[in-house]
Write a protein that binds this ligand. Structure first.
Ligand code: ZN
Length: 397
């Protein structure tokens, strides 16, 4: 088994170790001892170098820890000693987030009786899943408590105790033999094999963010230390850019944004009404300016290249609200068609168009007064227009 140096010293960054195993491709290295933390318990692996070669992954199996290298080790004696180094910025960041998790889990349990079901450390932020309900007020209270304990700079200690004798653990352990117990003074005792800072002060700021309901749990997003500061900086910059747009102090932005959105919705509604009024006028004008055929029918075919069928619907509606009227319109992109007929036209636009569309490989249909549909391309659109025109007459304009 690999001796895990981080079990007793999480601050060890440089160490010498002997090679204890090497994969055939020379990329998978086992050592007699290592300070590299493998991916486990919700925490990603450490990175760094072995004999100057980048370590990309660290995993554990029943035989110990395997370091995955970016390129093979140079040839040499099978059990030679090599120099190893941990990427300290990444490791310390992980120690801040992980110890912050112990702190938050303990605070949520002590203040609200909420147990932590799981923990995940992501590249940007971390989450804990709490069993029960958490409202924003409780989250803010937990955040305040956690930050107070950070300021108290309480020791975070590592001790080894026999599992059978270990008392007062936040979560019972089902392991046998020696347990590694990480404790925050007067707050928490947890069996854990991870990497932690040595005092709560080193966690730095604790920032709680999104609360998300996940089945019976609530997922609480949090960031500690440097991550919290960087996120607060990014948030401030986003907020101040928004405030500049409104030429207002950041605190007034939510109310201003809500008012602007409300005004935009009202304007949109008013504009839509004007568009419909205009289309109704256009439909009536079109009817007036269209000469009736020998049977007294006024027929119009409109071919539009852009816009939407919705725009044409209002014109069609007002055109066919008049007696003896047939209105056919097409849109080039996407290839689509609209047919409307007046109530006295003795035609069923829905049935008629549906049949024409089916023949041309398109789809659609509608009511006796108005129908619409789409076809695969321009040629099919022409076929639909030809068939509908043949069946209900009329010319293009
Ligand atoms: Zn831990």
């Amino acid at each position: 088994m690999t001796e895990r140096l981080y079990h007793t010293d999480c601050y060890l960054r440089q160490f010498t170790a002997h090679i204890a195993g090497l994969s055939d491709d020379g990329l998978g290295v086992r050592l007699d001892r290592t300070a590299f933390y493998p991916t486990s318990g919700g925490q990603p692996n450490d990175r760094g170098t072995l004999a100057g070669i980048a370590v990309l992954g660290v995993a554990e199996d029943e035989s110990g820890i395997v370091h995955q290298l970016a390129s093979p080790l140079a040839a040499g004696p099978a059990d030679r000693a090599i120099e190893c180094g941990i990427d300290w910025l990444r490791r310390f960041d992980h120690m801040q987030q992980h110890t912050g998790q112990h702190l938050l889990s303990a605070v949520f349990e002590a203040r609200f009786g909420l147990k932590t079901a799981s923990f995940h450390m992501g590249a940007e932020s971390s989450t804990i899943d709490l069993e029960g309900q958490v409202d924003p007020g409780a989250a803010a209270e937990a955040e305040t408590s956690a930050n107070r304990i950070v300021c108290e700079n309480r020791p975070v200690a590592i001790a080894f105790e026999e599992a059978a004798q270990a008392q007062g653990l936040r979560k019972a352990s089902d392991r046998q033999g020696a347990l590694r117990i990480v404790s925050i003074q007067d707050l928490d005792r947890s069996a854990c094999g991870g990497t932690h800072v040595r005092s709560t002060g080193e966690i730095g700021v604790v920032l709680l963010r999104k609360l998300e309901k996940v089945r019976q749990s609530v997922r609480v997003e949090f960031l500690c230390g440097g991550r919290g500061v960087r996120r607060a900086r990014a948030d401030y910059e986003a907020l101040s850019r928004t405030a500049q747009i409104f030429s207002a102090p950041p605190g007034e932005v939510p109310a201003l944004a809500a008012a602007q959105l409300e005004a935009a919705r009202a304007q949109d509604k008013a504009r839509r009404k004007l568009e419909l009024d205009l289309a109704a006028c256009q439909g009536r004008d079109l009817y007036q300016s269209t000469a009736p055929d020998s049977g007294g029918f006024r027929r119009v075919t409109r071919r539009a290249s852009g816009g939407s069928l919705e725009d044409l619907r209002a014109i069609a509606q007002s055109f066919t609200a008049q007696p003896k009227a047939v209105f056919l319109a097409t849109l080039a992109d996407p290839p689509s068609v609209l047919l409307a007929v007046s109530a006295d036209a003795a035609m069923d636009a829905g049935k008629l168009l549906k049949a024409a569309l089916a023949e041309a490989g398109g789809r659609g249909g509608g009511a006796p007064g108005m129908a619409q549909g789409s076809v695969p391309g321009a040629a099919e659109l022409d076929r639909v227009v030809a068939r509908v025109t043949a069946e209900c007459g009329g010319g293009e304009r």
